[in-house]
Design a protein around this ligand. Structure first.
Ligand SMILES: C[S@@+](CC[C@H](N)C(=O)[O-])C[C@H]1O[C@@H](n2cnc3c(N)ncnc32)[C@H](O)[C@@H]1O
Length: 233
């Protein structure tokens, strides 16, 4: 029996009140715990989804048949690319534009510059950087797979690729580019073309190839079908 010296009836009432008050307090504290539990699960779950969403576009290029990860060009490399663009006119395209640094540098030099990049985060960041640098009107970025883009409309093509992709890209560009086009390769040269100019050294080496001088190339436009290229990428 609860309570002290009251009548049995009072004691009974007191007991029945305790019976309702105690479970209510218990329920309130367990509700509070559940709320924190939901909040904690939401925060952890949300953070995991955010990490996954940000990290996946950076990991996907490494899982493709040709692994082309995001490695930004060094300042010296950009300087060398700009040297190769000196005295050139028209448009510039960076194939796999990363954070947009080459496209932005070209736009600052007065070119209409375009970047194609698979990673949407890098494309959005590039657009932001172009806007910050005041060149958003002449620097454009697109989320695209480089193997599905036709580069025929460009007069200057920049690629910082990997050795495995260079033979395929060489054939693709031979099929697509006009006679007045220049292709600039950073760090890794094309296997068959003969460069018109080479500048820099080590990892900053840059090669410039003029399509008009490809007469002696092993592959001529038309010898490799588009379907053959698609099958290999
Ligand atoms: C070596 S980084 C070069 C970045 C930039 N061009 C620079 O010089 O700073 C190669 C870029 O190509 C992108 N990439 C990889 N596979 C691609 C594909 N299939 N289509 C378009 N971009 C791709 C990567 O996400 C990465 O940003």
């Amino acid at each position: 029996m609860a309570g002290g010296g009251g009548s049995p009836l009072e004691a009974l009432e007191e007991e029945s009140q305790l019976g309702t008050v105690l479970p209510t307090r218990f329920e309130a504290s367990s509700l509070k715990k559940r709320k924190w539990g939901f909040l904690f699960t939401g925060i952890v779950g949300g953070s995991l989804v955010a990490v996954y969403a940000v990290a996946t576009p950076f990991i996907i290029p490494a899982l493709r048949k040709i692994c082309l990860p995001f490695v930004p060009a060094t300042p010296k490399q950009i300087e060398n690319v700009m040297t190769m663009l000196r005295c050139r006119r028209g448009s510039v395209v960076d194939i796999g534009s990363g954070d947009g640094r080459i496209v932005i540098a070209a736009a600052k030099e007065g070119f209409t510059a375009v970047g194609y990049e698979l990673n949407p985060w890098l494309v959005w960041y590039s657009r932001y950087r172009a806007w910050q640098e005041g060149v958003h009107k002449s620097a454009k970025f697109y989320i695209s797979d480089l193997w599905k883009v036709t580069f025929s409309g460009y007069t200057n093509v920049v690629i910082f690729g990997v050795p495995q992709m260079m033979p395929l890209l060489e054939r693709k560009l031979e099929l697509e580019l006009g006679q007045d086009a220049r292709v600039i390769a950073c760090r890794f040269p094309f296997p068959c073309w003969i460069p018109a100019h080479v500048t820099g050294e080590g990892i900053d080496t840059v090669w410039a190839y003029d399509v008009g001088t490809f007469g002696g190339s092993r592959w001529r436009p038309g010898r490799v079908e588009r379907s053959q290229l698609a099958a290999r990428t």
